[in-house]
Design a protein around this ligand. Structure first.
Ligand code: ZN
Length: 416
């Protein structure tokens, strides 16, 4: 009898420690156009309870200012940087018209569905274009990706949500979107969901830094409380582990908090909130970028990213081990002067340098990379002689043990 009890105890310990039992799920949220200082100075008890489980971080959008990857701090540009893990020079969404997204840079939804065709994806959004244009549902170019669940398009229903001047209808749409998201999470628990809310950006444009903006942020706080309740409900009753990442797509102007699109610190300055207690050391040293969210979700969900895709990613995973960050390249006199920062100086590994002079990925082709050299991680720099490969364009990939970085070298006046 005693033996049996011991066996049962052993088994239950074994399963509760996660022997292929716990299912991982992810929700990411964009609440539109909230500068970091705004969210920091307001009372946000629900967001605080999420960040107490994990972390609040200042973050950034806008690419590398003054370089080939500089990205206007405009909404759709930012959403697509999250979705593809790349800046605008790759994903090609330059404004909210979303004229020609380059679907050769796959979204997190596509990478997830390619890896796990049976798992479920969902979108709950106050703007329908997020599903139909950015993710590109049903388009041949996106492999006809299909959402298993969605709730959007309410902005097109001008009878149920008649458009008033004060844009109260947009708050009601956000409420509807959050209701559906919370209900779906609690009842059917899609594996990967995106929640997008707009009202804060409307109040920012109309009133700037104002009590109206503060009220809109208070709404977001309560809405996130409802999503968090649904997540906690699932975690208590099911063998599920959830990651939530909440962020914004841009800040607002220093002058009055109305505009955005430029490269000033307040427009580039954003934030992230997550429940994850497993954030690595990278955000200890850098304000993460919106492009870091894709590799983070990919790590959490154990998505294998094909090499040609991972070589294009502009982000660093915030979960799991990372080797290097903060890459820079300078080209002069036929050599590339490359530097990086080793995140753990004790890590004894090597960094490989791969170079391509083509950018065929942009049009669906492949690029040939040549291994040009390697150096100890802790050396943090290397010179590469490229006299034998004269070019006005180089793609440089640093392959570390636990993550890769990439930068382009673009001659002045040259675009790729
Ligand atoms: Zn926006």
């Amino acid at each position: 009898m005693k033996k049996n009890i011991l066996l049962i105890v052993c088994l239950s310990v074994f399963t509760s420690t996660g022997f292929a039992q716990t299912v991982r799920k992810v929700v990411f949220v964009i609440a539109d156009g909230i500068p970091a200082d705004v969210i920091e100075h307001l009372q946000t008890p629900h967001l605080d309870s999420i960040s107490h489980a994990g972390r609040y971080m200042r973050a950034h959008v806008g690419g590398d200012k003054g370089t080939y990857s500089e990205t206007p701090t405009i909404s759709a540009n930012g959403y697509n940087s999250l979705l593809t893990g790349t800046w605008v020079n790759k994903h090609n969404v330059w404004d909210n018209n979303i004229k020609a997204p380059d679907y050769h840079y796959p979204t997190i939804f596509r990478l997830f569905k390619d890896a796990y065709p049976q798992k479920k994806i969902a979108i709950f959004s106050s703007w329908q274009d997020n599903r139909t244009k950015l993710v590109g549902e049903g388009l041949a170019e996106t492999g006809s990706i299909h959402f298993d669940q969605y709730a959007d398009g309410f902005e097109l229903d001008t009878i149920r949500f008649s458009h008033d001047r004060q844009r109260d209808f947009m708050h009601r749409i956000d409420e509807q979107v959050v209701d559906q998201a919370a209900k779906s999470i609690a009842q059917t628990a899609p594996d990967l969901s995106w929640v997008y809310l707009e009202y804060t950006d409307d109040m920012g444009h109309m009133y700037g830094d104002s009590p109206q903006m503060d009220t809109a942020v208070a709404y977001v706080d309560r809405q996130m409380g409802r999503i968090w309740d649904a997540i906690q409900y699932r975690q208590k009753r099911f063998k599920e582990q959830w990651l939530i990442i909440i962020t914004t797509d841009h800040g607002r102007s220093e002058e009055n908090g109305k505009g955005h699109g430029g490269q000033s610190p307040r427009q580039r300055g954003t934030w992230m909130i997550t429940n994850s207690p497993d954030i690595n050391t990278y955000p200890d040293y850098y304000h993460p970028g919106i492009v870091d969210i894709l590799p983070t979700i990919a790590r959490y969900m154990n998505i294998t990213i094909p090499l040609p895709v991972s070589r294009e990613l502009d982000g660093v995973p915030m979960i799991g081990k990372v080797s290097l960050a903060e890459m820079s390249v300078n080209c002069f006199q036929g050599k590339l002067d490359i530097s990086w920062t080793a995140l753990d100086p004790r890590e004894n590994s090597r960094v490989k340098v791969w170079i391509s002079t083509t950018n065929n990925v942009k049009s669906g082709g492949t690029d040939e990379y040549r291994l040009m050299g390697e150096a100890p991680l802790g050396q943090e720099h290397i010179d590469i002689d490229v006299k034998g490969q004269p070019s006005t364009f180089y793609k440089v990939v640093l392959e570390g043990r636990d993550n890769s970085l990439n930068k382009w070298v673009v001659s002045p006046g040259q675009t790729k």
